[in-house]
Design a protein around this ligand. Sequence first.
Ligand SMILES: [Fe+2]
Length: 316
Amino acid sequence: MSIIKGFHHLTACVSGAQEDVDFYVKLLGQSLVKKTVLLDGDEPVYHLYYGNAQGDAGTLVTSFPFKQKGVKGRRGSGQIKVINYSVPTGSLDFWRERFGARGVVFDKAVVERFGEQRQRFQHPCGIEFDLVASGNDTRPPCIAHDIPAEFAIRGVHSITLSLREVDESIIFMKEALDFHYAGQSGPHHRFEAADGKPGTIVEFVHEPDRLQGSSIYGEGTIHHVAFAVDNVEQQMQIKEKLMSMGHIDTSESVNRNYFRSMYFKMPGGVMFEAATTDIGFAIDEEPGHFGAEFQLPPWLRERKDELLARLEPIAV
Ligand SMILES: [Fe+2]
């Protein structure tokens, strides 16, 4: 049994901030859980967290709107290719109609894989998403005024990694991270942590001829996936196991204000993270008011006005 509980969050570099808010909140019915900043160097970039209203691990997708930096990422292998959201069975027609009415780019055909129907669509910055219809997701629906609960997103279903080679990465998922190998379907391989329900599933797509994608922050690419662990002690258990197996590309435990993070590279080149669930979003905003105000970690709070003045205003 893996000590990984499933997903904590996924992080992507998108284009503009307002179009990103409109995509997650207005189109997909996600809540803006936290509005904060990435300060990597001197110029601030928003760090926007979306998920269910409670900010539960496994529902969270976060964005760095990178348009203002003018750095474009290159999509390719060695990257997360698709973010898959979980919706109830029988809801794909609702979503196709919604995408059509709102000018969203989406595939004409529904695809089936591992017994689940899936609908591909695109974020305005070009990142690919699937809605996966699952009858096996017991998580509460994400509440939005214009989306019936019976069709609403339940959280992240899975991620799809594009890999040029899969052999070593399959061993890594099974032996280093203790995922269960659930099987192969054509070029796709599926792994499950914990109970194998939506929110615990990693998928590889084997694309031996696809060129390597970029790996640092760049517009239009999914940067990393964070898996949920209870605390720093569990994080360090993972780190020690990875180090003992020769997977030495691991970070220290880093303070991310709402959780602690330890980053590590898997053999196929994708950045993974183990994030702790022992802190959470209630440290600076009351539950029920998550995402209401611009928030900064204690070490940046006195620069709030200055940083905010350098960011595009956004309306939710
Ligand atoms: Fe992260």
